[in-house]
Design a protein around this ligand. Structure first.
Ligand code: NAD
Length: 290
C-alpha cells in the first residue's frame, strides 16, 4: 500500500482516485470543489483542505486538472518543496507539451522524478478502471509509475521522454477529430446517394474505409454498435474537450513546424460547432452540420 496524494477529483479524477482506493492505496485527496471532495470521501479517500497538506509524506502525487496553467501553478506553488523528494509525480491531465516539459524540469531541478501520463478513454473508463495511459518520462520513473497507473487503467504505455505522453495524446486525438468528421461526411453523402446506411456500414466496416470512428463509435443513430448517437448525442466525449485537444494539437504542430491540413480543418469545424452552442454534445454530433 502506498500513500498517494490525488489532486483534481472531477469527472475523471473522482473515479480514478476511487480505483486507487480499491487497489488498496491510502489516497489523500484535494479538490477546490466541496462536492468533489465529498464524493472522494464517500469513495474511501482521506480529504484535505489544501494541496500542501494532501502531499505531506506522500509516496506519489497524481493530478487530474483542467489545463496547463493550473498544473504549473499547483506543482510550482504547492507540490514541489512540499511533497517529499522521494515522491513520484504523475500528471494525468491533458495539457500542452511545452508546459508538461517545463513542469517536469522544475520538478527535476528540485530533486523529484515526474511523468506526464495523459489518458485515452472518458468518464466511463475512468470509473471502470479501463483507461489507457501514455507516459512521458525516464525509464526509471515509468517503472515506478506503472503499477500505480495500472490500478486505474487497462494499458500503460511508455511513449518516450518527458512530454512524449502529451505528444502521443494530441496526435491521437487530432487523428480522431479528423477521422470522425470524415466518417460523418461519408455517411451524409452515402445517404444522399440513396444507400441504406446499415448496409453501407456493413460494407465499409469490412473494407478499406474502416476506422474506429465508424466501427466503434458510429455517428449515425441505429447503425453499428450502441454509441452516443443512440442516446441523442449525450454522454461520451464532449465537443468542448475535443476542441481543447485540437487547439493543443494546433499549438504543437506550429511549434514543431508540422504541416497538418486535415487536423487544422477539423479544428476549424469543431470550433464552429462549439461556438454554435454544442460544446456539451458528444463530438460525433457534428454529423448534424453535414
Ligand atoms: P473536471 O472539470 O470535471 O475536473 C477538474 C477538477 O479539477 C475539478 O473538480 C476542479 O474543481 C479541480 N481543480 C481545478 N483547479 C484546481 C486546483 N487549483 N486545485 C485542485 N483542484 C482543482 O474535468 P475532467 O473532465 O475531470 O478532466 C480533467 C482532465 O482530464 C482535463 O485535462 C481533460 O482534458 C482530461 N480528459 C478528460 C476526459 C473526459 O472525457 N472528461 C477524457 C480524457 C482526458
Amino acid at each position: 500500500m502506498s500513500k498517494i496524494a490525488f489532486i483534481g477529483l472531477g469527472n475523471m479524477g473522482g473515479g480514478m482516485a476511487a480505483n486507487l482506493v480499491k487497489a488498496g492505496h491510502d489516497v489523500h485527496a484535494f479538490d477546490l470543489a466541496e462536492a468533489a471532495l465529498a464524493r472522494a470521501k464517500e469513495n474511501g479517500c482521506t480529504t484535505y483542505t489544501s494541496v500542501k497538506e494532501a502531499v505531506q509524506g506522500a509516496d506519489a502525487v497524481v493530478s487530474m486538472l483542467p489545463n496547463g496553467a493550473i498544473v504549473k501553478a499547483v506543482y510550482s506553488a504547492d507540490v514541489i518543496g512540499h511533497a517529499p523528494t522521494s515522491a513520484l509525480l504523475l500528471d494525468c491531465s491533458t495539457i500542452d507539451v511545452a508546459t508538461a516539459r517545463e513542469v517536469a524540469a522544475l520538478a527535476a531541478d528540485a530533486g523529484y522524478a515526474m511523468v506526464d501520463a495523459p489518458v485515452s478513454g472518458g468518464i466511463a473508463a475512468a470509473n471502470g478502471g479501463t483507461l489507457t495511459f501514455m507516459v512521458g518520462g525516464s525509464a526509471d520513473a515509468f517503472a515506478r509509475g506503472e503499477p500505480i497507473l495500472a490500478a486505474m487503467g487497462k494499458a500503460v504505455i511508455h511513449a518516450g521522454d518527458s512530454g512524449a505522453g502529451q505528444a502521443a495524446k494530441i496526435c491521437n486525438n487530432m487523428l480522431l477529430g479528423a477521422s470522425m468528421i470524415a466518417t460523418c461526411e461519408t455517411f451524409a453523402m452515402a445517404e444522399k446517394l440513396g444507400l441504406d446506411l446499415q448496409t453501407f456500414f456493413d460494407i465499409s466496416s469490412k473494407a478499406s474505409g474502416q476506422c474506429w470512428s465508424m466501427t466503434s463509435y458510429c455517428p449515425v443513430p441505429g447503425v453499428g454498435p450502441t454509441t452516443p448517437a443512440d442516446n441523442g448525442y449525450q454522454g461520451g466525449f464532449a465537443t468542448a474537450l475535443m476542441l481543447k485537444d485540437l487547439k493543443l494539437a494546433m499549438e504543437a504542430a506550429k511549434s514543431a513546424g508540422a504541416d497538418v491540413p486535415m487536423g487544422s480543418r477539423a479544428a476549424e469545424l469543431y470550433a464552429a460547432f462549439d461556438a454554435a452552442g454544442n460544446g456539451g454534445m458528444d463530438f460525433s454530433a457534428i454529423i448534424k452540420t453535414l
